[in-house]
Design a protein around this ligand. Structure first.
Ligand code: BGC
Length: 388
């Protein structure tokens, strides 16, 4: 009798352990997302380009191509659980090769403008191609957004990751030093967030300002303008600009101006006011100085929050960078046909480009963008999605 009882207890215990093991293996399987690689076509000069689609079990999917280390699509659910692609872009590689708006791209070697297309390091003057009036914008004529990067799926402890690397040769677009850049895009398994980690090294003193140029419309790309989106910028100052959008050097208080987004405000509420900075930008196209000064070391700080009341989608932007360029899509004019042949008109999206300040190499009072040999550049940004 006792023996029978013992056997039954043993059997129950074995079943229980078996169940635990099964649950464990299922949940670790459930934890993992997936990564899919497919061809995105060939460039005009014949380079093979791929598209990597990362997805998790929380309903988020992000597609990234090695052409320009570009975010091509980013799907997240709305408050009813319905997913939509919230970034502007193109269906084909050709769109990215010919495009001029930097949709989703990794921007470098120097994001935003360098005044007069020149700067000096230790008395040596470097002259860059001017591709924006008298200034250099987003790294010059052929910036990092038009380069073919080397892609690699890499192991990640919290989700799926793809690493993009690029070697920018000494003298490319006028910048000094062989610069080796790595950008790791990660989609965590347990939350709807795109993490972007940048590292770089150089063999000569150089300047560097890397950012991601995704254009967001939280209602879904091609779904009207973003003027009703509510925006919060955790910044009390911005870098005042001249009429060519080059910083004057002054960090101007935003209080009592249409540039004040310290509490959630509709993007369209004051965008057409006759305020000189808005006139210069044809809307918002300025660098806000993140109040905390940026994350300390590799710690992220909350820089911006955007919310679409209709869909309920909310985007939090966290970064280690000291600035964020809020650009309200003023120069979009419907001429470039985007995904599904949709025309993206003025203010069809907004950008929140985490960065060092524009034209820093010519402003010793701004946080430095100088990178020296033997040191490693690190920068992190996260686009975190939720619903409200
Ligand atoms: C700049 C804008 C520019 C846009 C697209 C933004 O980062 O600040 O002036 O039009 O990028 O190039």
């Amino acid at each position: 009798m006792a023996a029978k009882q013992n056997a039954r207890t043993l059997l129950c215990a074995l079943l229980f352990v078996g169940e635990l093991l099964l649950a464990g293996s299922l949940s670790s399987q459930g934890m993992r997302g997936t990564i899919r690689k497919e061809s995105f076509g060939k460039t005009a000069s014949g380079a093979q380009i791929d598209l990597y689609t990362l997805s998790n079990k929380k309903g988020m999917e992000v597609a990234i191509t090695d052409f320009g280390a570009t975010v091509v699509a980013l799907k997240v659910p709305d408050r009813a659980g319905k997913a939509a692609d919230v970034v502007l872009g193109f269906d084909t590689l050709e769109g990215y090769e010919n495009g001029t708006a930097y949709f989703g791209a990794t921007v470098g070697r120097y994001g935003n403008r360098i005044g007069g297309g020149q700067f000096a390091i230790d008395g040596n003057t470097y002259t860059l191609p001017k591709n924006n009036g008298n200034n250099t914008l987003h790294g010059g004529v052929v910036g990092f957004n038009k380069r073919v990067w080397k892609a690699q799926e890499i192991a990640s402890k919290d989700g799926e990751s793809v690493e993009m690397s690029y070697l920018s040769a000494d003298g490319e677009e006028g910048f000094p030093g062989d610069l080796s850049v790595k950008v790791v895009f990660t989609l965590p398994a347990d939350r709807n967030e795109l993490k972007i980690n940048y590292t770089a090294t150089t063999d000569k003193d150089t300047v560097l300002n890397l950012t991601n140029h995704s254009y967001f419309n939280l209602a879904g790309e091609g779904n009207g303008d973003i003027l009703d989106h509510l925006l919060t910028l955790h910044a009390k100052k911005l870098t005042q600009v001249d009429k060519t959008l080059i910083p004057t050097g002054e960090l101007r208080d935003v209080a009592d101006t249409p540039m004040d987004f310290t509490s959630a405000t509709a993007i369209g509420k004051r965008i057409n006011e006759n305020y000189e900075q808005l006139v210069f930008g044809k809307g918002y196209d300025h660098n806000w100085v993140i109040a905390s000064g940026g994350g300390k070391g590799l710690t992220l700080t909350l820089a911006a929050e955007a919310y679409d009341p209709k869909s309920g989608r909310k985007l939090d932007v966290l970064t280690t960078e000291p600035g964020v360029q809020f650009y309200s899509g003023n120069f979009l004019d419907g001429s470039a046909k985007g995904k599904g042949n949709k025309a993206y008109g003025q203010r069809a999206a907004f950008c929140l480009e985490t960065q060092h300040f524009p034209d820093s190499p010519n402003h010793p009072n701004f946080p430095s963008t100088l990178l020296k040999p033997n040191s490693v550049f690190h920068s992190r940004t996260a686009f975190r999605f939720s619903v409200k």
